[in-house]
Design a protein around this ligand. Structure first.
Ligand SMILES: *Cc1c(COP(=O)(O)O)cnc(C)c1O
Length: 385
């Protein structure tokens, strides 16, 4: 970020502001696949939209600035972004992942990259000693989320980045749940930040997109090469939607978090609730670490109801809060990780890492908080057996 503006302003003015040709305050949607070149052998600024597109470039410059990195890359989904990053590795390499990463990240490693001889192991990244001991010669990267999906487990990002650096391997952080408004992993020492921009960055549940940010030229060149070679790029219109979404990220997240803090307090005191997972609660795992590395606890909450509450009935009884995959949009959503987002993780592993069948994940929206709480209260009451 430049010295004369803070993140709230950078969200609106960062990267490439407006259009240099017309002075339009918004970057236009350059809906084109190719560009006329002035002559053979003359290096064109733009040549083909897989390689580069001005609308996408504006988004890429914006996310790079927001994350405190130097180089940004936009992809057609969060998974395309993760796939591009995993394409840095080769046969024989192993990636350590934290024990509750996004289900799709686990799946692409388990079912796709395994075909190419790239392996993974699941580690408890909150146990730094154990993590360090698990770094054998074949380990080339540590991939973490903090707070992680869906148990909101907090990992010390500075410590993990330091461990990775000491071993000469890459630290990769999926920053989807926090966004650069709340947490900037590159500033904590991480090498690569990944986003599913589908979530808070887009913020309106109207676009599927992924982003990658790095700070070093050598790594940037490799990612750019993979982006252009494998081609999972974000289109100009979706790039425009993301730029538009990011402008209001600060005000949206302020409200998301305010609502989440109230919802977490409400759930903590409710007699039907067995456990609440929210990094903003003082008794939460990793509360102090999260406070050190992030602005606050974010807006994702998971909770478990006691066994005498019928979870299916709970979901059916909700009237305002919708049952849906995804998160981070203005509307409140709930999901059932065991059968939805984390269904691709085998049952035994799910039990081991605490993703029980009674777990409910809430993406707290920006509606009136009283409406959200009333809806949760009535659905819990309906589900009592
Ligand atoms: C949704 C999500 C992804 C995958 O992103 P898509 O945009 O759905 O492909 C990756 N990581 C996290 C933490 C997510 O929540």
């Amino acid at each position: 970020m430049s010295e004369y503006r803070r993140i709230e302003s950078a969200l609106i003015h960062g990267g490439i502001y407006g259009d240099k040709y017309t002075k339009a305050v918004n970057v236009p949607i350059y809906q084109t696949s190719t560009y006329e070149q002035s002559g053979i052998g003359e290096e064109p600024e733009w040549e083909y939209s897989r390689t580069g597109n001005p609308t996408r470039a504006a988004l890429e410059a914006l996310i790079a600035e927001l994350e405190g990195g130097k180089y940004g890359y936009a992809f057609g989904s969060g998974m395309a972004a993760i796939t591009a990053v995993l394409s840095l590795f080769r046969t024989g390499d192993r990636i350590l992942i934290s024990s509750n990463v996004y289900g799709g990240t686990f799946r692409v490693l388990d079912k796709v990259f395994s075909h190419f001889g790239i392996t993974y192991s699941i580690e408890d990244t909150t146990d730094l000693d154990a993590l360090e001991k698990s770094i054998t010669d074949d380990v080339k990267a540590i991939l973490v989320e903090s707070p992680a999906n869906p148990l909101l487990t907090v990992t010390d990002l500075a410590a993990v980045s330091r461990i990775a650096a000491n071993h000469g391997i890459l630290s990769i952080v999926d920053n989807t749940f926090m966004t650069p408004y709340l947490q900037r992993p590159l500033e904590l020492g991480a090498d690569i930040v990944i986003h599913s921009a589908t979530k808070y960055l887009g913020g309106h549940s109207d676009v599927v997109a992924g982003l990658v940010v790095v700070k070093e030229k050598e790594l940037a060149d490799r990612i750019a090469f993979i982006q252009n070679s494998t081609g999972g790029v974000l289109g100009p219109f979706d790039s425009f939607l993301l730029i538009k979404g990011i402008k209001t990220l600060g005000v949206r997240l302020d409200r998301h978090v305010e609502n989440a803090e109230k919802a977490a307090a409400f759930l903590s005191e409710h007699k039907a609730v067995k456990k609440v997972y929210y990094p903003g609660l003082p008794d939460a795992q990793g509360y102090e670490i999260n406070k050190k590395q992030a602005k606050n606890g974010g807006a994702m909450i998971s909770f478990e109801l006691y066994e005498n509450y019928d979870i299916k009935k709970f979901f059916k009884s909700l009237r305002l809060v919708a049952l849906a995959e995804s998160l981070g949009g203005v509307e409140s959503l709930v999901c059932h990780p065991a059968s939805m987002t984390h269904a691709s993780i085998p049952y035994d592993i799910r039990q081991q890492i605490g993703i029980t069948d009674g777990l409910i994940r809430l993406s707290t929206g920006i509606e009136n908080i009283d409406d959200i709480l009333e809806d949760l209260a009535q659905a819990i009451a309906e589900s009592e057996e």
